[in-house]
Write a protein that binds this ligand. Structure first.
Ligand code: F6P
Length: 747
């Protein structure tokens, strides 16, 4: 109704003003036209009357003239006739001749003329024509025409004009309201769907050309608002398993989610006639396992446990977590040769040292590369087998599967492939030594989203693509177009679940402290430092031990009072460099213990064995300080786990500046692991830090990890994926509607 009023009221007003001005104009014009008609008519009549009237006047017969006049005035329009003689006396006249007309009136002076006067009866047209006889002027004939018919016609015309304008107004209003309604409806539909997400399509469907600029502006506006809202939303959401589930249902409409990684989250191993389940020492597993519990999809991974084959069903699936299954693992079997080439060889002797600046030379062998390609193909095949839809969301993990995104894209072009690179990405020069650098980059650019922990690694990746491929790079939007496909390169700092599941059954900190000391034959007042890592040369374990040695050198008062416990999970032990590293670590620990040890006291307590997460958490809780001294690390989740484990808000974290985590946890004591003196000082500061300072630092770090937990990490990626899917669906629809309209126009 308001819409109608908005359009109709101004229209009616405008029409009224036009009509008001047009009607008098029409009135005066018609009067003028009819006056001119009557002039001609009068002349015609007087010409016709000229001769007979002259004769009658000469005969001076009043009766005959009057009769003649009466005959002529039978014409309904000719109202009256009069004849004025040369002395301006009204000699003859019809009865109807108006009293008010006087022969001596200036308007009736000699010559042909006409005039309109208004009398009681209405307007009269007076015309005067001379009457001559043989060259002598006898007088003038006065012809009076009744103009009331003009008045009648004029009022008729006014009426018609009025009706015309009313009708015109109604028709214009109706058409305007109808068009406005339809356009508004189309626009509203467009905006509504835009806000829902299918959006751009509807706005592009707006056919009225006059609305297209508006639609364009709206598109920009809505996009900005949407981004704004998303950014606000992401920051306001309290991230947990439930919010992640909601995102999956609302933003991804429950779409299928598949994860692919080399390492599986649960490993079945046979031990003394029993099957045990191990939870591997892996940051990747730590981060992704809670995500999968929330998402309930399929996790495709290498089945590497000695009893893995014994527990799967006929489709190689096993339901996990064992105590409360919520998702399934699809195990992929690879041969010993494939494992040697793909995992130990190309992945861990080639890519791993290539990406970590830890001064270990990468080794690239063609035979390893061939196995790497083979295993990537095998996993691609498995992904296709597992996918129930043609457009699943696939989360590809890490450097073991650089070729997988492209391989999947070829078979499932509508899939949304998010590849997350858990390790650092080096600069283009460093990466350039890889003999298959182009293949690796091309493989990764099959991803819809390429994720790294830090912006620095994103920049390195973009620079590397820029250096080695002919790709179109948009640094502003951080996207790469290659081979007609677009990849968004984004940083998503990984994290841990909050609160960590392993904290659930932990004893109070005081109990953990005394139990760990007891377990390790230490007196109760011993201060403990802890390190938890895979036995890997990138973790800075040697540098850490050297720092402990330097610390005890500089502060001998701590000898006997401080022990550093290193939990080192055996890792990649078939690789020579790892074997050497293992020996070096053991040797250095032995050397330091020899220097500072005494009966019942070890400066370094090295535990090279697998520890299950609850045990690790107990160590975190028992420690006074935790050392993370990686020489280069994508993120390092040990640092975050230590903080999460300390619900007593005590303990100090010493953290390498070369970890991604150091960017998020500046309250830790940040060190350069290559600088032993600095690390030794950090140890001294940590062990003497007042309780309130420990609390302040810990509180702040806990707040950050609570907020920036792994659900946010996954949620942000999935939300980006959802936006991307909406855009892709839109593009498909746009393409098909363009094709349709082309076909139609051709037809
Ligand atoms: O850091 C890279 C990474 O793949 C992590 O994702 C994982 O924590 C670790 O290495 C495990 O290595 P692996 O699977 O070779 O034991």
């Amino acid at each position: 109704m308001r819409l109608i009023l908005r359009f109709v009221l101004p229209l009616v007003l405008a029409m009224g003003v036009i009509a008001y001005n047009v009607v008098p104009l029409v009135d005066s014009l018609t009067l003028k036209w009819f006056g001119r008609d009557l002039d001609i008519r009068s002349k015609l009549i007087s010409n016709t009357m000229q001769e007979p009237l002259a004769d009658l006047i000469k005969s001076n017969s009043v009766a005959r003239v009057n009769r003649f006049f009466d005959q002529v005035t039978q014409d309904e329009r000719l109202f009256a006739l009069g004849f004025c003689d040369g002395a301006n006396t009204l000699r003859f006249k019809t009865k109807t001749f108006p009293e008010s007309i006087n022969c001596s009136d200036s308007t009736l002076s000699d010559g042909e003329r006409s005039n309109i006067i208004n009398v009681q009866q209405g307007p009269l047209h007076i015309a005067v024509h001379p009457i001559d006889s043989q060259g002598t002027r006898l007088g003038k004939l006065v012809l009076v025409h009744d103009m009331s018919f003009v008045q009648r016609r004029s009022s008729d015309t006014k009426k018609y004009i009025f009706y015309f304008f009313v009708a015109l107004g109604v028709v214009i209003s109706l058409i305007t309201v109808l068009i406005a309604y339809l356009s508004q409806r189309g626009l509203m539909l467009g905006i509504r769907s835009l806000l829902r997400g299918e959006s751009l399509l509807k706005l592009n469907q707006i056919k009225s050309p006059e609305l297209l600029p508006l639609a364009k502006d709206l598109r920009v506006l809505v996009r900005e608002l949407e981004q704004d809202r998303r950014a606000k939303d992401e920051n306001q959401i309290s991230w947990n398993a439930k919010t992640l589930k909601t995102i999956l249902h609302e933003d991804l409409a429950g779409d299928e989610v598949l994860i692919v990684s080399n390492r599986e989250p649960y490993i079945h191993v046979r031990k003394d006639n029993k099957i045990e389940i191990q939870f591997p020492a892996s940051g990747l597993v730590t981060a992704l396992e809670p995500i999968m519990r929330a998402c309930s999809g399929t996790w495709i991974a290498h089945g590497g446990g000695s009893a893995d084959r014994e527990v799967v069903d006929k489709n190689d699936h096993v339901q996990v977590p064992p105590e409360n299954p919520s998702y399934q693992i699809r195990r992929v079997w690879i041969t010993k040769e494939q494992e040697a080439g793909y995992y130990y060889g190309f992945s861990n002797e080639g890519m791993w040292p290539l990406c970590h600046i830890a001064h270990t030379r990468p080794t690239f062998r063609t035979s390893d590369w061939e196995k790497y390609v083979e295993v990537n193909e095998k996993f691609a095949k498995t992904v296709i087998e597992e996918a129930k839809t043609d457009d699943p969301v696939i989360l590809v993990q890490d450097y073991h599967f650089a070729l997988l995104p492209k391989m999947i894209r070829e078979k499932l072009p509508n899939a949304t492939i998010i590849t997350f690179w858990h390790i650092p990405w080096p600069n283009p020069e460093a990466f350039g030594i890889c003999p298959w650098r182009e293949e690796i980059l091309e493989g990764l650019l099959g991803s819809s989203i390429m994720g790294f922990h830090t912006q620095f690694h994103c920049n390195n990746f973009v620079d590397t693509v820029d250096r080695y491929l002919e790709a179109r790079i948009d640094r502003e939007t951080s996207t790469i177009s290659y081979g007609g496909e677009m990849t968004a390169v984004q940083s998503y700092p990984i994290s841990i679940e909050w609160p960590p599941q392993w904290l659930k059954n932990q004893k109070p900190v005081s109990e953990a402290r005394s139990r760990i000391r007891m377990l390790n034959n230490m007196n109760q007042d011993r201060l403990i430092g802890v390190g938890v890592d895979r036995l890997d040369y990138t973790k800075g374990i040697i540098e850490r031990f050297m720092a402990v040695e330097r610390f005890l050198d500089l502060h001998p008062e701590w000898v006997g009072k401080f022990t550093f416990i290193q939990i080192a999970a055996p890792s990649r032990s078939s690789i020579e460099q790892y074997q050497n590293f293992d020996s070096q670590v053991r040797a250095l620990a032995a050397k330091i213990n020899k220097r500072f040890g005494s009966p019942g006291y070890e400066a370094i307590c090295l535990k090279v064995e697998h520890h299950e997460p609850p045990e690790v958490f107990e160590y975190y809780r028992a420690a006074d300080v935790c050392m993370v001294t990686s020489l280069h690390d994508g993120m390092n989740l040990v640092a975050k786990e230590f903080v999460a484990a300390r619900d007593d808000e005590r303990g100090v974290l010493i953290l390498s500046q070369f970890t991604g985590a150091s960017r998020e946890l500046p309250e830790a004591l940040i060190v350069n692991p290559y600088n032993s003196d600095q690390c030794a000082t950090a140890l001294q500061i940590a062990l003497t830090m007042p309780a309130n300072e420990q609390r302040d630092r810990m509180k702040s770090m806990r707040g950050l990890i609570r907020e920036y937990n792994v659900y946010r990490w996954a949620g942000r990626m999935l939300m980006d994926a959802a936006r991307m899917r909406q855009r892709q669906r839109l593009m498909v629809k746009m393409k098909s509607s363009k094709r349709l309209s082309k076909e139609r126009s051709r037809a």
